[in-house]
Each structure stands twice: as structure tokens, then as C-alpha cells.
Design a protein around this ligand. Structure first.
Ligand SMILES: [Zn+2]
Length: 506
């Protein structure tokens, strides 16, 4: 046999596509020819594969080796093709039976010593294999739990190339990996820990119920980070489809814990303001890595000290947040990742960030205005909830008295409110109030005139823009859903008006 073929999987974003790996051995000057648009990493992998084969006790054929990866039009990035290349070369050389690799899907990077190393993107790769009807995948042991999340595919795990070779020769079959029960997800931080910040607690509850982006302004120590960290716990747990979707992103990002590879709860991502565009949105060499924005898909993206982020970075977030996906283009190809994240921005009221609040502020009025203006514009326009958190005084802390409601109680209310909104909006193909476009809101879901007096007066006075008006209406609906009302009343509209940052532009 001088021709063999087997299978691996290439990734574009979080989508896997089957890659046919063919190896032909012919007479001629010994050497390797690669066809099918392999990237630099795949080219390097030939050297790695050769060393691994030899160090695993195999023989590297001294012939002219032609390796084809098809479809040729698909970019092939990353080191996950190593194992398939090794198996195809060995099969073409007759070291293992060609039929043993013909339907097999092989994933994994080889070390020079013949060890098999975990790679990123195994979940989407195995999903692609299952979709294409391949019965069996061989993966590195470190990826086995992740691979076993996919139903209907037999997962074989190996730690070394030699084990895979022994399996293919029929000498020592690889054990079939079965999925272990997931360890219980440890509870996240609880809203019951946040004392004396009733406005902030209310704001995260409303944000969770309506899916609204949230802007928290307040002095250091007001609890902005504490509140933001508690938002994911108020969101409903991910259903099975959502969990796989989010897990696939974290798989490609390389941020899955090996022992608990399924992400079942909304995630919380908090990039620092010095983060690069690539860290925030996605990038990197080889297999494109999704950034914090994408890892926060169906979870929360928290930007603390938001005015410190470069303006260009903040502006980059606007479109992806609106579209729910981001596309990263490279010479080697483009990758699209979903990023339906809920945004929480936090900011101090001024650059001196005095914990004592306005009284001790040393900034000039111009400095304060400039600082706040860094956030104005298109991004802030998409944020329905903008609240000004007061400093939590010692007195308020001590007087808080009764224990604040814990996450479980608030999350129940949020779930009911979300259910009511989903039932109302399903006809329009929407789920949460934050998704309702302004025009639809005014035409189809306008509260009764009697409830709107306050907000209409603000509009006439010029204290509220049309966009601001829409934001108030969206939030008023969420408040009504939380209260179990079928339509917002004047009180809901008044509270919605109050849940807006007074200093920022309307
Ligand atoms: Zn200041």
C-alpha cells in the first residue's frame, strides 16, 4: 500500500469542517510535499510528526511523501492535524493497516517524544465528526472529557502515539472513554453579600430580567464590581444547546477546565483596561482565539474603569454587541464567533476617584466632564440602564438591618419576569425586552398614555432624546414583568426614568 487516507477536522471560528488527510508514497528523492493550503504551523507539524514517529519506535519512510489536506479551499490552522498525519503516513507505509484509519477521525498534537498533547477546539471538532457520520474519534487523553460531551460518537483516548499505533494494529485496543458525571457547579458570589446598596441591587436585578446592558457609575467602594460579579448568578442557567455553544467557544479559546469541560452557567469575563484589541475581541496567530467578548457569550462582559479603555476599543465593541457575532479576518482566513454578551460598564465619576465622593474630589469641572465624555457616544447609546451609585456610608451599612435578599430569591423573580417577556415577545422572534427595537416598542408595545405623562414631558423639555425615551420604555416593561403586571404603569415609567444616570447625556 502506498496510498492511505484518514480524517481530521479544521476549524473556522467555532465551526468544524472535516478535513480529508491523504498520503501517497512514491519513488524519487525522499522528502515531503504538502498540498492543500496548510499554514505555517501545519508545515512545521511534518517535522514534529517525523520525530514522533521515530521516537515512538516507528519507521519514517524514506520515499517521496505527498500529503494532501482537502478541501483545499479551507484554511487549516493549528497543530491538531499531527496525529492524523502520522497515522496516514504509517498506513501508507504499511506499518498499520490502511483500513484501520479509513473512517477514523484523529485529533491531537504530537510531542517530539511521541506523546499526544491536548489541543484547542476539540468539542467543535468532534461535533463536526458526529455530524458527518464518523463513528469513532481518537483524541488526546487531556481532551477526552470534552470530546465525550458529544453524543453518538465513540471516543478513544490516548496518551502517546505508540498507543494509537498498537490500537490500529489491533494489538491493544484503546479504551473507550465514557463521560463522567459533571461535578456540581460551585455557587457563584451571592447577592446576599451586598449590603446597603439598594439602587445597585435593583439595577442588576432589572438588568438580568430584561437583558439590559448596564452602566454603573459611582465612587470606589460603592460596590460596582461586587454587583457586576453577581449578575451572572441572576441569569437563567444555560440550556443544553446554549451550554454546548458556549463550551465550544471556550474550547477554541483554550479556557476549559479539563475535569469539568461543560460550561453550564453564564460566564463572567472582566478584561483589564490595558487589554489589547486581540485579547478583548479575538486574534492571535495560528488558530484564531476568541477574546473576552466572545467568551462572555450568553454571559456578562464587565469593563471596570471603562473610561480608561481606549476609545477605539470601546467603539469596536458596539457592532458585535448589536449583531451578536464578531468576525476576525486574517490573511489565513476569517473566523466568526458568537458574542451575545450582556455588557456591564463601571466608572468612577471622575479621574481622581476619591472614595469620599464628590466632597473630596480634586478634579476641575472640565476634567470631570472630559472623563465622563470618554464614554459618551454610540456605545453608551446601547445601554438601557445607567445608574449612579451612592457611596455606601458606614451608617447605611450598619442600618441595613434586615439581611438582603440572596441570589436564589432574586433569580426566581428574574426567571418569572423573563418568562412573561418571552411569552409576549415570542411572536416577534424576540426573547428579552432589551432586544425590542424602538420603533416596534412605540408601535406595538406602547404603555397607555396615562403612564407616559412623565416621560413625554421629559421628551418635550428636551431632557430626553428619542433613543432615551425608547430606553425608558424598555426598562419600564422589565419593571412591569418583575412586578407581575401585564402592562407598565406610571410608577414603572417613573422608576425606569430614575434608573438612568442623571449626569450622562440622555
Ligand atoms: Zn475627582
Amino acid at each position: 500500500m502506498t496510498l492511505a487516507r484518514t480524517w481530521s477536522v479544521g476549524l473556522a471560528g467555532v465551526h468544524g469542517a472535516m478535513v480529508d488527510v491523504e498520503v501517497d508514497l512514491s519513488a524519487g528523492v525522499p522528502g515531503v510535499v504538502l498540498v492543500g493550503l496548510p499554514d505555517a504551523v501545519v508545515r512545521q507539524s511534518v517535522d514534529r510528526v517525523r520525530a514522533a514517529v521515530v521516537n515512538a519506535g516507528g519507521r519514517w519512510p524514506l520515499r517521496r511523501i505527498t500529503i494532501g489536506l482537502s478541501p483545499a479551499s479551507m484554511p487549516k490552522q493549528g497543530s491538531g492535524f499531527d496525529l492524523a498525519l502520522a497515522a496516514a503516513v504509517l498506513a501508507a507505509d504499511g506499518a498499520v493497516p490502511a483500513e484501520s484509519v479509513g473512517r477514523l477521525v484523529l485529533l491531537g498534537e504530537l510531542g517530539l517524544d511521541g506523546s499526544l498533547r491536548a489541543v484547542r477546539g476539540v468539542l467543535p471538532a468532534v461535533l463536526a465528526a458526529a455530524r458527518a457520520g464518523h463513528p469513532t474519534v481518537v483524541v488526546p487523553a487531556g481532551n477526552a472529557e470534552e470530546a465525550a460531551l458529544v453524543e453518538g460518537v465513540e471516543v478513544l483516548a490516548a496518551g502517546r502515539l505508540a498507543e494509537v499505533v498498537a490500537h490500529l494494529r489491533g494489538r491493544a485496543p484503546l479504551p473507550r472513554h465514557t463521560r463522567r458525571p459533571l461535578p456540581p457547579t460551585p455557587p457563584g458570589p451571592d447577592l446576599g453579600d451586598v449590603v446597603g446598596q439598594s439602587i445597585g441591587r435593583r439595577a442588576v436585578e432589572v438588568a438580568a430580567a430584561g437583558g439590559h446592558h448596564l452602566f454603573l457609575s459611582g465612587p470606589p467602594g460603592a460596590g460596582k464590581t461586587m454587583l457586576a460579579e453577581r449578575l451572572p448568578g441572576l441569569l437563567p442557567p444555560l440550556d443544553e444547546r446554549e451550554a454546548l455553544e458556549v463550551t465550544a467557544i471556550h474550547s477554541v479559546a483554550g479556557t476549559l477546565p479539563p475535569d469539568a469541560p461543560l460550561v453550564t452557567r453564564p460566564t463572567f469575563e472582566a478584561p483589564h483596561h490595558s487589554a489589547t484589541m486581540a485579547a478583548l475581541v479575538g486574534g492571535g496567530s495560528g488558530l484564531i482565539r476568541p477574546g473576552a467578548l466572545c467568551r462572555a457569550h450568553r454571559g456578562v462582559l464587565f469593563l471596570d474603569e471603562a473610561p480608561e479603555f481606549p476609545r477605539a476599543v470601546l467603539d469596536t465593541l458596539r457592532q458585535p454587541l448589536e449583531r451578536g457575532s464578531v468576525t476576525i479576518s486574517r490573511a489565513s482566513g476569517a473566523a466568526t464567533f458568537p458574542c451575545r454578551a450582556q455588557l456591564v460598564l463601571a466608572a468612577n465619576p471622575c479621574p481622581c476617584a476619591s472614595a469620599a465622593g464628590d466632597a473630596a474630589c480634586t478634579c476641575s469641572p472640565l476634567e470631570r466632564r472630559r472623563y465622563q465624555a470618554r464614554l459618551s457616544g454610540p456605545l453608551l447609546d446601547r445601554i438601557d440602564l445607567r445608574v449612579d451609585l451612592p457611596a455606601v456610608t458606614r451608617a447605611a451599612w450598619l442600618e441595613a438591618g434586615t439581611a438582603p435578599e440572596p441570589t436564589a430569591v432574586v433569580a426566581d423573580r428574574v426567571a418569572q419576569a423573563r418568562g412573561a417577556a418571552a411569552a409576549r415577545l415570542s411572536g416577534a422572534g424576540l426573547h428579552v425586552n432589551s432586544q425590542v427595537p424602538g420603533r416596534l416598542l412605540r408601535e406595538r408595545w406602547s404603555p397607555p398614555r396615562s403612564a407616559l405623562r412623565l416621560v413625554e414631558r421629559a421628551l418635550e423639555r428636551g431632557a430626553l432624546s428619542v433613543r432615551g425615551y425608547d430606553r425608558v420604555l424598555r426598562v419600564a416593561w422589565t419593571l412591569a414583568d418583575l412586578a407581575g403586571r401585564t402592562v407598565p404603569g406610571a410608577d414603572d415609567v417613573a422608576e425606569a426614568l430614575g434608573l438612568r444616570l442623571q449626569r450622562a447625556a440622555a
